[in-house]
Structure formats: structure tokens, C-alpha cells
Write a protein that binds this ligand. Structure first.
Ligand code: PLP
Length: 447
């Protein structure tokens, strides 16, 4: 099929004919075909512009359309476009990025295994956890603990530890030996306060460990702040207390920082702020701000030492530590550092949260919450019993986009915002006004 890519209707027709979209019925009427981006703005093929309060898929920390990563990619491609990391090979840029990440990581985390994205990183982390126990002489440690409402990707392993049962339906048997715990979700837990939320979660964790048997559990995986779950932050004492239980039983902690690392919560890594002490940290997204697909799994020296024994860690991908991705990541980290974007998560986040707070006066808004530059707007059919809208908030996000040109993301309970770290106050005001316009006329049945 040949067509003029400058013709929006031809583009839409070709899209419908050939492109399989995640989570879209083929019969859906419209397509939004993006063609350009600059800062927090995107433009589609029809010329319509959008304010991107989602930073793509929560990843574009430095804003769209920057020349620095493009220059880094071009320099690298013309010097050495590809080199493997297998065996004793490496590339100078890959080594440079590994050392840089080790410098930025929380104390004790100093080794890096590269991937091309988040799901692949979680797969690697799960394999690392089981393999480390196996090599330490505890091969029965094969169970994983995770949380309902946590999201970790779409591989058979990463999809199994994800806490969205709907996403697993129809795909046959998932990974066995996975136990899902309740999410520390203050708004929806029914607990009287944060202390009770943590108490209940720790009690449940201890009971699960006792039932499965501590000597059979490899690791627990969790996001410091649950992103797809609705930008849900646990109470302050949740991660320190969970970490204590896991350490007592020799269970590894895998922190999924695919969304939270590289500035989204005001630091390079969220674990520093949340008190979680990870053995393995999975990252991606903000590592390159989306300018190149790259992920990095960081491990403690102790984990790396075991993986490095004998014949080494028998897992690798062709694109492991891709030189172009690593060059782009270095340019991205330079921008985050030189433009002091880590601080923006708190200043811009607080400003945006203040602008959104009046939404809580509306009948359908149960709560506006924020951690760093991750914001959730909990939508309810009834404020008293906190019943969610019957069909989630996806169609509400669509309405915000169609009517106002502001991009936010829907979810099971909450609308979510995670804009680029460079968002201005005027843009934050614009996003808040757009949400007010649409939410003010929303009825409890979500229409
Ligand atoms: N982990 C978390 C916390 C995520 O939000 C995502 C994706 O959104 C993933 C893992 C999976 O990453 P990817 O989509 O790059 O495979």
C-alpha cells in the first residue's frame, strides 16, 4: 500500500489496515497519529497540538524534540553503531554508562545489566533472584511476592508478577509460584489511617511468608509508588518495615523503578526517599527520556558477585547495552543534571497539585494525590462509599484529550498525570483548567 504520509486521512486508513495497537479494538473509529514534539507539546497529522501531561508513557523527563540526544545518537552511530556485551566484549559508552549509574545509585548498588525496556528488565531481575539463590545452595527459593495493582510488564514472568489479572486472561498458564499481596492503597484500603495500612500489609506479608515458607521465596517485587495502579504512594513506614521482614527471611527485594527513577520523584532513584533497600533495581523509561529504547537492571555487589561466579549469568539479549542507547542515556542524564531537573519534580509537582486540588470539590473526585511529579485524580461514583466509576477512567481521559487537547492517562480508578520535568507553571495551569472543564460535568455513571 502506497500513500502520502502528509495526508492525515490516508495515514489513519493505513494505520487501521496494518498497525496492531496495544489495548485498542481494531474497530475503534479514530486514530491520533503524532508527527512532531517540542517541550511539552505534541502535534498530530491534522495539525492539532496537544499539551502532554503524560510525558509519553511517563518517560520523557527532558521534554520532546531536544537536539542533544539526537547529536549523541548520530555521533555514536557514525563511530560504532553496534557492539555486543556478551562474553568479554563491551563498548566504551556502555562501560561509561554503567559506571555513571553506579555513581548515581543508592549505596551498595553498583553493578548494571542492560536491557531494551522495562518488561525485559523485570524478566532479568526475576531470573537473577532465582539464580542467586540456586547458586547459594537454596534452589527451592522459587516463589515471588508482588502486589495487586502493581504493574511490571508483559513478559510471561513480568506479566505474572503484575497485579492486573485481566491482562493475563486468555494467555494460558502464567508463571507458577507467584503470590499477590494487597496494595498499600490508603484511599481504598478502608483503614483508619496510614499506620493501619502499613500494619495490615506487614501482617499479610508475614502470614504469606509463613504459609509459603521463607526458604521457598526468592524475592518480592514492587514499585516504590504504583504508577498504573493510580499513582499510589504507600505510607512512609511501609517500605522500611517491608524491607525489614524480607531481610529477616533472606528474601531479595526487587524495586521496579521503571517509572520512578531518573527524577520523577525528585531524586535519581526513589528508594533513597522511600526507605526501601533493594537488592535489585529495574529501570528504563527516564533513563533515555524515551529517545532510545533502553533499560538497566542495577544490582548490589553481593548479587553481582554470585551472578559472576563460575560461567557467569546465562542470560543476555542481542541489544544488551546498545551503544547508541547508552550514548543517548548519557546525554539525557547530562541534561537532567545540568538543568537541575531533579528539583523540578517537587516544585512543579507541588504547583500542579495545588492547581488540581480544587477538583476535590467536585462530586466525582475523591482525592487528588501527588508524589514528586506523579499525580493521581481518584474518580468516584459516590464520595461516601468511594465506589469507583463503573467503567474506569479511560473514557474520561479520552474526553479530556478530545475536548481540550490535554493528554492525561486513564486507569481503573484514577486519572494520572506525569508530565515532563520541564513543564512550566502556565502549562500546569492549562492542564488543571482542562481537567476542571471536563470533570465538572461528569456524572456518577462516568458519562
Ligand atoms: N514496570 C513498570 C512500573 C511500568 O510502568 C512498566 C511500563 O509502563 C513496565 C515495568 C514495563 O515496561 P515496558 O513497557 O518498557 O516493557
Amino acid at each position: 500500500m502506497t500513500f502520502d504520509i502528509r495526508d492525515p486521512s490516508a495515514l489513519s486508513a493505513a494505520d487501521r489496515a496494518h498497525l496492531i495497537h496495544p489495548f485498542l479494538p481494531a474497530a475503534a473509529p479514530g486514530r491520533v497519529v503524532m508527527t512532531e514534539g517540542r517541550g511539552c507539546r505534541l502535534r498530530d497529522a491534522t495539525g492539532r497540538t496537544y499539551l502532554d501531561a503524560t510525558a509519553g508513557m511517563w518517560l520523557c523527563q527532558i521534554g520532546h524534540g531536544r537536539p542533544e540526544p539526537a547529536r549523541a545518537a548520530q555521533d555514536q552511530m557514525t563511530r560504532l553503531e553496534y557492539s555486543t556485551n556478551f562474553w568479554d566484549f563491551a563498548c566504551d559508552r556502555t562501560v561509561e554508562l554503567a559506571a555513571r549509574l553506579a555513581d548515581l545509585a543508592p549505596p551498595g548498588i553498583d553493578h548494571v545489566f542492560f536491557t531494551t525496556g522495562g518488561s525485559e528488565g523485570v524478566e532479568a531481575a526475576l531470573r537473577m533472584a532465582r539464580y542467586v539463590h540456586h547458586r547459594r545452595g537454596e534452589p527451592d527459593r522459587t516463589w515471588f511476592l508482588s502486589r495487586l495493582g502493581g504493574y511490571h510488564g508483559v513478559g510471561y514472568g513480568s506479566g505474572s508478577v503484575s497485579g492486573f489479572p485481566d491482562f493475563a486472561e486468555g494467555f494460558g498458564p502464567m508463571l507458577p509460584h507467584v503470590h499477590h499481596l494487597a496494595a498499600p492503597y490508603p484511599y481504598r484500603s478502608g483503614a483508619a489511617g496510614p499506620a493501619e495500612v502499613t500494619d495490615a500489609c506487614v501482617r499479610e506479608l508475614e502470614a504469606a511468608v509463613a504459609r509459603i515458607g521463607p526458604h521457598r521465596i526468592a524475592a518480592m517485587i514492587g514499585e516504590p509508588v504504583m504508577a498504573l495502579g493510580g499513582m499510589v504512594a504507600p505510607p512512609d513506614d511501609y517500605w522500611p518495615r517491608v524491607t525489614q521482614v524480607l531481610r529477616r527471611h533472606g528474601i531479595l527485594l526487587i524495586l521496579d523503578e521503571v517509572v520512578t527513577a531518573f527524577g520523577r520523584l525528585g531524586d535519581w532513584f526513589a528508594g533513597r526517599r522511600t526507605g526501601a533497600r533493594a537488592d535489585i533495581i529495574v529501570t528504563s523509561k527516564g533513563l533515555t527520556s524515551g529517545y532510545f529504547p533502553l533499560g538497566a537492571v542495577l544490582t548490589s555487589g553481593a548479587v553481582a558477585e554470585v551472578l559472576g561466579r563460575d560461567t557467569g549469568f546465562p542470560v543476555g539479549h542481542t541489544y544488551n547495552g546498545h551503544p547508541v542507547g547508552c550514548a543517548v542515556a548519557l546525554a539525557n542524564l547530562d541534561i537532567i543534571e545540568s538543568e537541575k531537573l531533579l528539583g523540578a519534580a517537587d516544585t512543579t509537582g507541588a504547583y500542579l497539585a495545588d492547581a488540581l486540588r480544587p477538583l476535590e470539590q467536585l462530586d466525582v473526585v475523591g482525592e487528588v494525590r501527588r508524589t514528586g511529579l506523579m499525580l493521581g485524580i481518584e474518580l468516584v461514583a459516590d464520595k461516601t462509599d468511594r465506589r469507583p466509576l463503573p467503567h474506569g477512567t479511560y473514557s474520561v481521559a479520552d474526553a479530556v484529550r478530545t475536548e481540550t487537547g490535554v493528554l492525561v492517562r486513564g486507569g481503573p480508578h484514577a486519572l494520572t498525570l506525569a508530565p515532563p520535568l520541564i513543564m512550566t507553571r502556565d502549562e500546569a495551569d492549562e492542564a488543571a483548567e482542562a481537567l476542571h472543564t471536563v470533570l465538572a460535568r461528569l456524572t456518577p455513571d462516568g458519562e
